[in-house]
Design a protein around this ligand. Structure first.
Ligand SMILES: [Zn+2]
Length: 232
């Protein structure tokens, strides 16, 4: 292709794109997706609790996810943000019996708040005004168990970036190392509590939303044996 012809095509494409921009904007306005949630933090929590009760009692209702796919193709309005573990047994959408577009989920082994995850939460809270953020740990969490064992018996460092996970969870384990009771369960709960406290104090989006009463941050622990989420 000659330079002149390529220039012509490029400029033609640019002109076409420019002339289409108003149409794109109009389409975006016309198809902006579902309206932002009007749920309060307590209403959102009640919805999560009810969904978990349905799941744990074998009465889940979210079986036909495709029924909402068209309505959500142009936008989303998730009403809850969940920080949970990557463990294959704890998918929030299933545990809380919710469908496409309901939950904005951040998953990482050990369900701790790190930079990219915090940015994801800030995005959801700033753009969708999700009224609740739940940090959810779970029983028998491998990431927490590995950190406990690493601290207790001085095991050699774990390989690769798994060390980052252990390092992030270590302060919570150290805080309960000498507490009575099950060290693993205590560490799971403490890890949730510490991340809730950390998130509440993080600016400039999450902390101010909490202070303004627009966002509630809660912690919970999912029981792998019963399917129940116990709020802390
Ligand atoms: Zn886990």
């Amino acid at each position: 292709m000659s330079l002149k012809r390529r220039d012509f095509l490029l400029s033609g494409a640019a002109l076409s794109a420019a002339s289409l921009l108003p149409a794109f904007r109009a389409a975006a306005i016309a198809a902006a997706g579902p309206p932002a949630t009007t749920l309060s933090p307590s209403q959102a929590l009640a919805r999560l609790v009810a969904g978990n009760m349905r799941f744990a009692s074998g009465a889940s209702t979210q079986l036909s996810h495709l029924t909402r796919i068209d309505a959500l193709s142009s936008g989303q309005a998730p009403w809850a943000v969940i920080l949970s573990c990557s463990d294959s047994r704890v998918p929030p959408e299933i545990i809380f019996d919710q469908g496409l577009g309901d939950l904005f989920v951040i998953r990482i082994a050990g369900n701790y708040a790190e930079s990219g995850g915090i940015g994801s939460m800030e995005y959801a809270i700033a753009h969708f005004h999700s009224p609740i953020l739940l940090v959810m740990g779970h029983s028998s969490c491998g990431a927490v168990h590995a950190t406990v064992d690493n601290l207790k018996d001085g095991s050699p460092p774990v390989p690769g970036n798994i060390q980052d996970v252990v390092t992030a969870i270590r302060p919570a384990v150290q805080a309960v190392l000498h507490d009575p009771g099950d060290i693993y369960a205590n560490a799971v709960a403490e890890n949730v509590r510490e991340n809730v406290a950390r998130l509440k104090a993080i600016g400039p989006v999450i902390g101010p939303a909490v202070k303004a009463g627009k966002l509630e941050i809660l912690g919970g622990v999912y029981d792998l044996k019963t399917g129940d989420v116990a709020l802390l």
